[in-house]
Design a protein around this ligand. Structure first.
Ligand code: C5P
Length: 403
């Protein structure tokens, strides 16, 4: 693993030294590029000593007497070619803007443009800067370009303010970078059909029944499957999320629309993941006019919606079918029951009663219940990491099926 570590000029620059060490502990060879302002915070010699490699600075100067710094007019091309991953930490607001807009006025930004490998950016800045629309727009551009952003943590910042902006833990950044490099294209050739989000079941033209699903788990699965080389079709209920670039999105509202979209696209799919929280009941005949308020009690007559997962189970053939089971109790037993009844290969169970995980949250903790009887507990982690653990099991199921 050959990693080019770009160090930006922020107070967190000192943590990049710990990051360099963490990368090397994980078996990477590290070459460092420092911006001019990074050198105001930390000396190149620190990185040269830690990595055993010369440090590239912004000096386009011959005649630099510093033995541990190196640069030349074509050095950025060499650095871009010789490394597999560019990791920038701390990535300042200025660097995010340069990368997003293709400015190339120093060594790191020219290297960025010349770089064709994977890119991981770990921003750190003041909370108001982080929240600024310009910074968020640049981040959206860079995410859409397929770069991995290691989100800053919330906490006490050097400026005395509190909020998101603090560089993520060096060990965590190193883990993300190494995993990005190790990630195989192990789903290439597969078409993954994913359902995500809630459904809305109208009661009349202005009211509906829905649930607390945010769609984040399904969107994380779509992003992870795309990154692993799959073609992805995402059938999404109404959510407030931006679809990952390169993923085909089919937007639906009701359980019936979701059923038609899933069953319609099923022939194309080799893997089906039903992470949507589909409403179990709906009003079969929705009134055409808004229902008027009266003083009387009302009751609503609800019919069951079609069970899409069960229908997929009947139609699946040799496709891999994954269901979800959000439960408030007896999760493993319920997941097993669903797997049998709906003919799934795996059911992802999560207890929704625990605080801070599951619905609406960025984190989740799940139990993977497999047809073989195997049960894997996945501890609390960002939904993107959970998505990769789910896909790891799917690739194992695929291997087992072809053997
Ligand atoms: O039985 P339960 O609804 O709890 O099962 C949840 C699983 O079934 C999820 O994978 C969900 O997407 C799917 N489901 C479905 N159609 C429904 C209800 C749930 O496909 N009408």
């Amino acid at each position: 693993m050959r990693i080019l570590l770009g160090v930006g000029g922020g107070i967190a620059a000192y943590k990049a030294a710990e990051l360099a060490r963490a990368l090397m502990e994980r078996g990477a060879t590290v070459e460092t590029v420092m911006t001019r302002s990074a050198r105001e915070f930390i000396q190149p010699l620190t990185f040269a000593s830690l990595t055993g490699n010369k440090v590239i600075t912004d000096l386009f100067a011959s005649g630099s007497s510093d033995q541990d710094t190196l640069s030349s007019a074509i050095e950025h091309i060499r650095a871009a070619r010789d490394n597999e991953l560019l990791l920038v930490a701390p990535c300042t607001a200025d660097l995010l803007a340069k990368f997003a807009h293709g400015l190339a006025d120093d060594f790191l930004s020219t290297t960025y443009l010349a770089f064709t490998g994977k890119i991981v950016l770990a921003p750190a800045m003041n909370v108001n800067m982080w929240n600024h629309a310009a910074v968020q727009a640049n981040l959206a551009t860079l995410r859409a370009r397929g770069h991995i952003i290691v989100e800053p943590e919330a906490g006490y910042l050097a400026c005395g303010m509190t909020g998101p902006g603090r560089l993520a833990e060096p060990k965590h950044i190193a883990e993300v970078a190494v995993r990005a490099l190790q990630q195989r294209e192990d789903l290439s050739g597969e078409t993954v059909l994913i359902s995500a989000g809630p459904t809305q079941e109208p009661l009349d033209p202005v009211r509906y029944i829905s649930n607390r699903s945010s769609g984040k788990m399904g969107y994380a699965l779509a992003e992870a499957a795309r990154d692993r080389g799959a073609r992805v079709i995402l059938v999404s209920g109404p959510v407030n999320l931006t679809a990952p670039a390169g993923v085909e999105v089919v937007r639906v509202r009701t359980a019936l629309e979701m059923r038609d979209a899933i069953i319609g696209r099923l022939p194309e799919a080799s893997i089906i993941i039903k992470s949507a929280a589909v409403a179990d009941y709906h009003v079969a005949k929705v009134p055409e006019q808004k229902v008027k308020k009266t003083a009387a009690k009302v009751s609503i007559d609800l019919d069951p919606t079609p069970d899409i997962l069960a229908e997929c189970g009947r139609l699946k053939g040799d496709r891999i079918l994954i269901g979800f089971a959000a439960e408030t109790q007896n999760m493993v037993a319920e997941a097993r029951r669903k797997m049998e009844v709906k003919n799934c290969d795996m059911v992802v169970g999560n207890l929704v009663s625990e605080r801070g995980i599951g619905f609406e949250s960025d984190n989740n903790a799940v139990t993977l219940v497999l047809r073989s009887g195997e049960v894997e507990q996945v501890a609390v982690a960002p939904k993107r990491e959970i998505a990769d653990r789910i896909l790891d099991q799917i690739t194992k199921l695929r291997l087992a099926a072809v053997q």
